[in-house]
Design a protein around this ligand. Sequence first.
Ligand code: ZN
Length: 244
Amino acid sequence: MNLETYDLFSRQIPFLGMKRQEILSKKKVVVVGAGGLGSLVSSLLVRAGIGFVRIIDRDLVEESNLHRMVLFERKDIGKSKAFVLKEKLNDINPECRVQDMTENLNNSNKIKLLAGFDVVVDCTDNMDSRYVINKFCVKSEKPWVYGSAIRDEGLSSTFAPSGKPCFSCLYPRKPKPGSIPVCNVEGVISPIIGMIASWETMEVIKILTGLSEPNYSKLLRITLKKPKFEFLNIMARKDCEVCG
Ligand SMILES: [Zn+2]
C-alpha cells in the first residue's frame, strides 16, 4: 500500500487492520441499483477501499430522487444514475476502479453483468431483480446482500456462498404486480435508507475480510418511527425451486 492510500485509510486501519485493508483493495463488488441504497452503498464501498466497484442501473436521475439519494444534485437531473455515481466516486480512491453500466439486470444479461465479482449487493427496488441475483448467486456459489427500504421500515439479509437458505426460501412465490408496496405510493424517509445501506456495506466488509460472521440465515427488520430492531430466522426449504 503506497503512502497516499495509507493516509486515505489512516482512520480505518487502526480498527480494521492493515491485512484486512489490503484484502479489500483486491476485491470486486457489484452494486445492482444506483438509487437511495445504491448511491450510498457504492460511495461507502469506494471509501472503504474496495478494489473494483461496478454500479448497474438503467434509470436517470429525477428531481424526486434528491431527498434520499445523497450523491445526486439538481444539475444531475436527466443523466444516468450509474454514470453520475461513477463520475463522483472515481476520484476518491486512486486504487479503486469504479465502473458504470447503464443496463437493466435480467436473466439474459446476468452472467455478463454479475460474473467475476466477489460479492453482489442488491440495492434495487424490485423483486424481479432480486430473483435474478438469487438464481445467479446460488448457481455460482457467490455471497450476496439483500436490502430494501420503504416508509420507515428496512429489511436486510445476507446469503452465503452455500446458497442455503436462499432468497426464494424466504420469498418462495413471486408476488403479483401491485401486491408489493412501493416507495412512490407509500413514501420513504431517508434515514432508513442510510441505515440499511450502512448495514449492507458492513456485511460486504464482513464477507470479504472475515471481520465477523455475516448476517447469514437471518432477516434483519428495522423500523424507526416506533424504534424496533429484530432478527428473524430463515429456514432452507426442501421444496425451494432454486436451492432445494
Ligand atoms: Zn432456496
